[in-house]
Ligand binder design. Structure first.
Ligand code: PGA
Length: 249
């Protein structure tokens, strides 16, 4: 039985002091020993956030990371900077980064390999546009994203990975995918992982759904056999996130 993982993606929201305030507010609401809870926060919020979650069930993740150890990469953050402060997870290849910051399947793969090298769990994002869905190429597209993201990843590493399936048309739009639509793609992702690696790896890997997840849509989505939790944007900044984390209560 896979353990659910529910992560908030704060995106470019909350100053460091606002972050601490929000964590204090959410702490009692997101207590749920049945699931893994992660807050992925902006880079400058990481240190105060890690301090603020001490002694709780919340782990802190970054929203991005570079694939080099150090050097002349102005503005970037290295994996050892993240591990040094206690970051456990990193979102890789979010559609915002693909759209606005030239992230490609190839850079996603490099970052995934680097994250594993440093013992950071990558939350690897994939997802189709509305046009691609209408063209009927969703599954082909996602399979390609997954195959490139996992190039040269070992089965042992893949078992620890988290994949976030986020249809781009559902992100920040209030237009959540139906449970059936989300399940269909998450099942196809698991089948693709079985093809690349093996059945045991496919059974172990956790696949989240993301895109307008809310307190009302979470229970049905997370009850689907191939959906192991969610990557939550807007609602992760609100008390509603407590309800999403406690979807099973
Ligand atoms: P949303 O964002 O929940 O606000 O749609 C999800 C995400 O971008 O990870």
């Amino acid at each position: 039985m896979r353990r659910k993982i529910i992560a908030g993606n704060w995106k470019m929201n909350k100053t460091p002091s606002e972050a601490v305030q929000l964590i204090e507010e959410l702490k009692p609401l997101v207590a749920n020993d049945d699931v893994d809870v992660v807050f992925c926060v902006p880079a400058v919020d990481l240190v105060p956030a890690i301090e603020a979650v001490k002694g709780t069930n919340i782990a802190i993740g970054a929203e991005n990371m570079y694939y080099q150890e150090s050097g002349a990469y102005t503005g970037e953050i290295s994996p050892n900077m993240l591990t040094d402060i206690g970051v456990k997870y990193v979102i890789i290849g979010h559609s915002d980064r693909r759209e606005y910051f030239a992230e490609t399947d190839e850079t996603v793969n490099k970052k995934v390999l680097k994250a594993f090298e440093h013992g950071i769990t990558p939350i690897i994002c994939c997802g189709e546009s509305l046009t691609q869905r209408e063209q009927g190429i969703t599954i082909d597209w996602i399979r390609q994203q997954i195959k490139i993201a996992f190039l040269n990843v070992t089965p042992a590493q893949a078992k620890e990975a988290v994949i976030a399936y986020e249809p781009i048309w559902a992100i920040g739009t209030g237009k959540v995918a139906t449970s059936e639509q989300a399940e269909e793609v998450c099942a196809a992702i698991r089948a693709c992982i079985a093809e690349i690696f093996d059945e045991a790896t496919a059974e172990a890997i956790r696949i989240q759904y993301g895109g307008s997840v809310s307190a009302s849509s979470a229970p049905e989505l997370f009850a689907m056999p191939n959906i192991d939790g969610g990557l939550v944007g807007g609602a992760s900044l609100k008390p509603d996130f407590g309800k999403i984390v406690n979807y099973n209560k």
